[in-house]
Design a binder for this molecule. Structure first.
Ligand code: FAD
Length: 467
């Protein structure tokens, strides 16, 4: 048995649950703080939406989950399994390979129950401060609050030797900005608008913003399609949320317009929809409701839905500037997990995306638990810092934007193998081939009904037998 520490885990979504399990397996004493009253995080569907549909008001009542009611997974259950806990088909459940969100929640609830995690979780406890109070004995204060009445909160401070942050990354909306819809005065906007169709906005309101009169929302607050009946809707983005929402609203809406960068790959064939059109990104939006696209096309729209992703948000972390969120880079972090100067006492599990995230989170959790117990050694602080620097330099040389620091799009297989090797785990060889990216390719091969037409079992078997 290695060293055992008193560890706080923040969040009881997928990352927090699998981290709690691994820490407990390694003999650590674990307390999980969860602001909701149930496990599941993102997979806990909430029909409520936020008062500010763009999610910009810092004082809004935050709704954690971004799921829409009809959501089915975009990855098959086979790769949303854990190493020794497969996401199996239950006779009484949703047996589809790409199940509805309720099935994922049940899987996570079963996981928490079967590994005795429920007793470790403090439900209804929102962490409002995580602060290092003693560097030598690595004492962290975790302050949490519970709601006593509608308007009264009770807060409490506790001390831990280590903290693992698993608070999720799909709650704080990132929105698109352009003249006419901007959160900051026009002169601070990074876009320069030269199109003559937009000049009147720039000259009319030299210092004003957000003059477009229609309804705007972020996909975080999209639940069901009814409110878009007979509306002209512009969707910004081309990821899974944009394409799912397009498919769902187009039978009801008058028109749907998808604005996305030319370099983005189309996940949907718009030719199958007689009221949907592709466009280049939006150039500007006018006071009279017109939306102007960079390709010169103009649409008089009622609604704009920003399907533009999310921002990391760590309002509770007081690290004296050691860990920052800069252009969606949480850093500096060694291998997306440990800040070199605070390792191993502070860590993050679940920051990565464009990956088979359940698998990656499990490998990260195993590594964190073993590093804490002393069974696996980290490099020196200097070596970790140098590795982070090298990674940032490589990103820069490759022209990879900073905000994609935690995307594993290009190196998921390598990263997962590296993590597995650290903890002496030998995953099946097929893992190198079965990555998020190979699924994206598969989706293209099977068209937009991939969830119902793709025999994923057969595909995986073929890869495994070719090992
Ligand atoms: P979350 O699930 O967000 O959990 C974070 C937890 O932390 C929450 O329970 C939250 O309440 C809690 N918390 C946050 N702040 C605090 C605080 N201050 N104090 C206490 N508790 C706090 N992944 C897939 O593998 N397959 C899919 O098909 C898929 N589809 C997706 C569809 C959508 C629309 C979205 C948004 C994501 C999807 N994902 C999918 C990715 C998804 O994010 C991951 O599957 C996974 O749920 C992330 O787990 P997490 O634990 O990191 O975060």
């Amino acid at each position: 048995m290695g060293q055992s520490y008193n560890v706080a885990v923040i969040g009881a979504g997928t990352a927090g649950l699998v981290t709690a399990r691994e820490l407990q397996r390694e003999g650590h004493r674990v307390t999980v703080f969860e602001k909701a009253n149930k496990v599941g995080g993102t997979w806990l569907y909430d029909s409520l939406v936020e008062s500010d549909l763009l999610g910009l008001d810092p004082n809004r009542e935050i709704v954690h989950s971004s799921l829409y009611k009809s959501l089915r997974t975009n990855l098959p259950r086979q790769v949303m399994s854990f190493l020794d806990y497969p996401f199996v088909k239950r006779e009484s459940g949703d047996t589809r390979p790409f199940p509805g969100h309720e099935e994922v929640l049940r899987f996570l609830q079963d996981f928490a129950r079967d590994f005795g995690l429920m007793e470790l979780i403090r439900f209804g406890h929102e962490v409002i401060r995580v602060e290092l109070v003693d560097e030598v004995s690595h004492e962290w204060v975790v302050e949490s609050r519970t709601r006593e009445t509608e308007s009264r909160w009770e807060s409490k401070e506790e001390v831990f030797e280590a903290v693992v942050i698993c608070n999720g990354k799909n709650t704080e909306p990132k929105v698109a900005e352009f003249p006419g819809i901007s959160l900051m005065p026009l002169h601070q906007l990074s876009v320069t608008t030269t199109a003559s169709k937009c000049m009147n906005i720039v000259s009319l309101c030299g210092s004003c913003w957000d003059t477009w009169p229609g309804l705007q929302m972020h996909s975080h607050n999209y639940r069901t399609p009814e409110q878009f009946e007979n509306k002209i809707v512009v969707l910004i983005g081309n990821g899974p949320s944009a394409t799912d929402i397009l498919r769902e609203i187009s039978p009801l809406a008058k028109q749907v317009h998808l604005a996305f960068r030319g370099s983005d790959i189309m996940l949907i064939n718009l030719k199958n929809y007689d009221n949907a059109w592709p466009h280049s990104p939006i150039e500007c939006a006018h006071e009279d409701g017109k939306v102007v696209f960079q390709d010169g096309s103009i649409v008089e729209a009622d609604v704009i839905i920003h399907c533009t992703g999310y921002k990391f948000h760590l309002p509770f972390l007081k690290s004296n500037g050691i860990v920052t969120v800069d252009d969606n880079r949480v850093g500096p972090l060694y291998k997306h997990i440990f800040p070199p100067s605070l390792a191993p006492w502070l860590s993050f599990v679940g920051l990565n995306y464009r990956a088979l995230v359940f698998r990656v989170m499990e490998l990260q959790a195993i590594w964190v638990a073993k590093v804490l117990s002393g069974k696996v050694k980290l490099p020196t602080q200097e070596a970790m810092a140098a590795s982070v620097e090298e990674f940032y330099e490589q990103m820069e040389k490759a022209g990879w934007p900073k905000y994609h620091t935690h995307s594993l799009q290009n190196d998921e297989g390598e990263y997962a193998s590296w993590l597995a090797a650290q903890s002496d785990i030998r995953p099946p060889k097929s893992w190198e081939e079965i990555t998020f990216f190979s699924f994206v390719k598969g989706i293209f091969g099977h068209g937009e009904n991939f969830r119902d037409t793709w025999d994923v079992d057969k595909w995986i078997q073929e890869i495994e037998s070719s090992d």
